[in-house]
Design a protein around this ligand. Structure first.
Ligand code: OGA
Ligand code: MN
Length: 207
């Protein structure tokens, strides 16, 4: 039992350390991903997803040509059973990564995201210039039967070594992890609706 849990964590830690990113297929069971996808779609149908903004401070605003997703933050205190499974798995990952890499991850913030067909998110970094709390970015994908021809890859521009970017398809159950400060990335437009939960492990501000 321990082995099964330890083995992937070792690989994840090595990949994060060596390449700045890691991909975990089947991070959550298919049934949980199906339920999460249904919840995201229900929020969209109820009009609860809001157009996401880019920028900070006075420059903050909606720029759908730069970022076309609609989002809603998850509230861990009001979690559905599927959302509770997400928080539990991410908490176990947080503790294990802190042990393996001393990243000092303190908390997680996460939102549902829905990209309509054709929507993109241009190349950017997740850590803000005026706020370095975000340490590790994560995206859990919720899309069954995703094919390469559907597009919608997460494209990572890796700071070291790799000459070409790494593309990750948004397949149900896949968790993408990358270092928020270093890894520039973009979301390529897709032919289909593209659902996910994006989460950021943060460290608490030092007093
Ligand atoms: C983001 C982001 C990537 C993805 O929300 O900041 O880059 O694959 N998402 O959805
Ligand atoms: Mn991002």
């Amino acid at each position: 039992m321990m082995r099964a849990a330890t083995q992937p964590i070792k690989r994840i830690a090595e990949n994060l350390e060596g390449s700045g990113y890691a991909v975990v297929p089947a991070f959550l069971d298919a049934e949980v991903c199906t339920a999460l996808a249904a919840e995201c779609r229900a929020l969209a149908a109820a009009g609860s997803l809001r157009p996401a903004a880019v920028g900070r401070g006075a420059g903050r605003g909606e720029r759908p040509e730069l970022r076309g997703d609609r989002t809603q933050w998850l509230d861990p205190a009001a979690a559905t059973p599927a959302q509770a499974a997400y928080w539990r798995a991410m908490e176990a990952l947080r503790v294990a990564l802190n042990r393996a890499l001393l990243l000092g991850l303190d908390e997680l913030e996460a939102h549902f995201a829905l990209y309509p067909p054709g929507a993109r998110y241009v190349r950017h970094r997740d850590r803000f210039r005026d706020d370095d709390a975000r340490v590790l970015s994560s995206v859990l994908y919720l899309n069954p039967d995703w094919r390469e021809t559907d597009g919608g890859a997460l494209r990572l521009y890796l700071p070291h070594a790799s000459p070409s970017p790494a593309d990750i398809l948004p397949r149900a159950g896949t968790l993408a992890l990358f270092l928020s400060a270093e890894v520039e990335h973009e979301v390529l437009p897709a032919a289909r609706e593209r659902l996910s939960i994006a989460g950021w492990f943060r460290r608490r501000a030092q007093a």
